[in-house]
Design a protein around this ligand. Structure first.
Ligand SMILES: [Fe+2]
Ligand SMILES: [Fe+2]
Length: 281
């Protein structure tokens, strides 16, 4: 996939306005406390394994904790991610991957969760991509500035060596709202033999990304449907499923941690995902 230049697809004002109104009403009724107690104390831990042919022994068990779709705002404020961060740190991951939608309505909302996210620890570091909501008002740099310990991969990659073996993390701008999405540039530093893991907020990008050598694509965006009932399902983004095998690439679609509109999840628990690499038998 070469560079795709696109006019950003804006959210409809009507839809975001309706969400904001619903958030205002339900948070006044105690929505935030309810959300934290019901879904984040603690969140579900989902385990995934990407099996890689001829995986170097040094990379056996290499682990990535993925956290996504925080939507800081009415339902997520200071301290609400305490148990999420505690659980993530207890897993002692090699990498923490944050796959976007830090905020819902504006970059200023990042201030509500920045301190909690600042406590995340990982051997090789904390890496991130933006989600569609993070580009509101084109102030995504403000989110980046609020998280100085997090390295954002904006059509960019990083190679993490473990002995003579390498895990390459590739990060893409958001498919809907990013101004330029350039997979070739993001993969510019990749070398043959690298085991690649791609961070891409929107799972619909995965088919163009999957290829031999790419062990996994980590996406979010769908909230698992958030309120996953037949009549409401069509209101949310297209949902390819939580776990999709695309040839030798595993697409993991994490259900995320936050919510939009209502402090409610049905059939779509808040979750953190731990992905581990394992040698294909
Ligand atoms: Fe989201
Ligand atoms: Fe999203």
């Amino acid at each position: 996939m070469g560079p795709v230049r696109q006019p950003p697809r804006r959210h409809s004002r009507l839809r975001l306005g309706a969400a904001r109104l619903a958030e205002l009403v339900t948070s006044t009724l105690g929505g935030r406390a309810f959300y934290r107690a019901t879904y984040l104390s603690p969140p579900r831990l989902r385990e995934e394994t990407a099996r890689v042919r001829d995986l170097a022994p040094e990379l056996e068990g290499f682990s990535v904790v993925q956290l996504t779709d925080f939507h800081a705002g009415s339902f997520l404020g200071p301290g609400d991610l305490a148990q999420v961060v505690e659980l993530s740190n207890a897993l002692e991951p090699d990498v923490v991957a944050l796959t976007g939608d830090f905020v819902t309505h504006g970059a200023h909302e990042i201030a509500r969760i920045a301190a909690d996210l600042g406590r995340l620890r990982a051997r090789e570091g904390v890496f991130a991509v933006f989600g569609n909501h993070d580009y509101r008002g084109r102030q995504e740099a403000r989110i980046e500035a609020a998280l100085p310990a997090v390295r954002f991969l904006r059509n960019a990659g990083v190679r993490l060596a473990r002995g003579s073996a390498v895990v390459a993390l590739t990060g893409l701008e958001d498919l809907e709202e990013g101004r330029v999405v350039d997979l070739d540039a993001a993969r510019g530093a990749l070398e043959p033999g690298d085991v690649e893991i791609v961070l891409c907020h929107n799972p619909l990008g995965a088919r163009a990304i999957a290829r031999p050598g790419c062990a996994a694509v980590l996406a979010g965006h769908t909230h698992g449907g958030q309120v996953d009932l037949p009549l409401l399902r069509r209101l949310g983004p297209k949902h390819p499923g939580a776990r999709v095998v695309l040839g030798s690439t595993l697409l993991v679609v994490a259900g995320g941690l936050g919510a939009i509109g209502l402090p409610l999840r049905v059939g779509a628990p808040a979750e953190i995902v731990r992905l581990r690499l394992a040698r294909q038998a």
